[in-house]
Design a protein around this ligand. Sequence first.
Ligand SMILES: NC(=O)c1ccc[n+]([C@@H]2O[C@H](COP(=O)([O-])OP(=O)(O)OC[C@H]3O[C@@H](n4cnc5c(N)ncnc54)[C@H](OP(=O)(O)O)[C@@H]3O)[C@@H](O)[C@H]2O)c1
Length: 236
Amino acid sequence: MHPMAILTGASSGIGAAAAEQFVAAQFTVINLSRRACPVPGVRTLTTDLSDARSMDESCEALSEIVTEQGAPSVCLVHNASLMLKDRCDSTADEAMLQALSVNVLGINTLNRALLPLLPHTSSVLYVGSTLSEKAVAGAYSYIVSKHAQLGMMRATCQDLMGRGIHTALICPGFTDTAMLRQHVGNDADVLSSLGEMNSYGRLVAPQEIADLIFWAHHHPAINGAIMHANLGQLEH
Ligand SMILES: NC(=O)c1ccc[n+]([C@@H]2O[C@H](COP(=O)([O-])OP(=O)(O)OC[C@H]3O[C@@H](n4cnc5c(N)ncnc54)[C@H](OP(=O)(O)O)[C@@H]3O)[C@@H](O)[C@H]2O)c1
């Protein structure tokens, strides 16, 4: 019986890199996102995390899959997020709700459907951000929701005490993915200057975060931990 990995947002970037690692390790891999995962062998349940009906359908399908497969271990990776450009003094409630629906409520819905079904030795891994513990200007709803994900991880650790399921928050720094590129308007100079903001003078590779996700699933000693992965970011 193969272990299972369930990831959100494995259609690109960090999620796709993590899916690749789990496939290589013979996991049954399921992705939830609007676009399909490009990695061969991954099954995508087409899902919009911000849409209640889409979430209901996917949660029902996932519950059946998890129950039927009886995998010895499940790694649930809350990876998808929406990053808007907004500020604390002008964000419309609708925009805040949009960010929270993907970055917080989507996680909550999946947790409610899946956590009661997860066997001993499973893990619930949250992909947060450097911005789970600090703030910069111009990313208000993202920062609010990344801080919320930290709280969700800590509460997961406490609420699942004794279940043999561990959790962690993996916090990437500037990582070379579509999200970062879009956020800076695909400006090569800005991307390069962001890469200069750490000890190694480059962006983090999505595969480096995927390595940590894979490692975290296999190391319950980190239960409740925040793992920063930013190559040693320069502090101002
Ligand atoms: N890149 C960075 O510098 C950086 C830094 C810190 C933290 N992170 C975190 O890393 C995680 C992965 O991001 P990434 O950098 O790999 O970005 P990415 O390549 O843009 O991937 C984002 C993923 O989120 C999914 N997603 C977004 N909205 C969704 C929705 N409504 N329903 C379902 N899926 C949705 C996308 O899938 P579809 O579009 O196919 O739906 C996509 O697969 C995020 O949590 C992000 O906050 C990234």
